[in-house]
Design a protein around this ligand. Sequence first.
Ligand code: NAD
Length: 257
Amino acid sequence: MKDKAIIITGAAMGLGLATAKVLAEKGANLSLVDYNEEQLIKEAEKLKSEYPEIEIIRVKADVSNEEDVKNYINKTVETFGKIDGLYNNAGIEGKQAPLIDYDLKVFEKVIDINLMGVYYGLRYVIPIMQKQKYGRIVNVASVGGIRGVINQTPYVASKHAVSGMSKQAAVEYGKDGILTNAIAPGAILTPMVAEAFKQVNPEDPKAAEAEYAKRNPTRALGDPKHVGLLVSFLLSEENGYVSGQTIAIDGGESNMY
Ligand code: NAD
């Protein structure tokens, strides 16, 4: 990944930050994007001191705001002169509730961030990659982009859409040297998943976590670093022919009946 210029959205924590660490270790230059500016500054400074040999910029952006997305794309090109890879990762879960009771405002917000945020990223990065005749894109779906998940209607709808848009980008822009895939993580222990366990069992979220882990074929939750390593491959030149796929990273759980 040396000298590659990679954008990571949702880089201030969780899967975005874990992937930033993996890519930094492999020598990539990074454009870190998040709307939580305080956390973004803190983590970007830590990465800079740990990996002084790479260049890191940070851009405050809400991915559901089209102008913010144009801005993070422009800032990255101004700094690095190119964009080799986009990790379109920022997303939210929303509040858990049955389909017919779901709060419409929360529904809209989940769609705006998870679906439109990913779409704007594709819309503005692809023309840059077309000119380069090279690009790698990883969109973050979820096991909820392959299956239904109780009480998470807009999340599941948005993540199925991410999987669909990844196929769409793959079939329309493969001719330009752009490979686009989605990943579908199962339960990986990040702040977002810790919050979900709090909603399942507010009294004892750790018990909900242990109960969930028992169901997995590996009897464990995923480690964010596992996701970072998969994303790193998909964003690299080593990936020469994988495109349009939604790749589950879930210890095999989505295959269970
Ligand atoms: P997280 O909440 O731990 O981190 C998400 C990061 O994205 C935060 O830094 C947050 O500030 C940022 N963010 C959220 N909305 C944003 C917006 N509108 N604009 C800019 N930044 C924004 O979550 P995570 O677990 O790391 O999840 C990352 C992605 O992976 C999400 O798309 C999520 O749906 C997906 N995912 C996670 C899991 C899991 O097990 N952790 C499973 C399946 C899918």
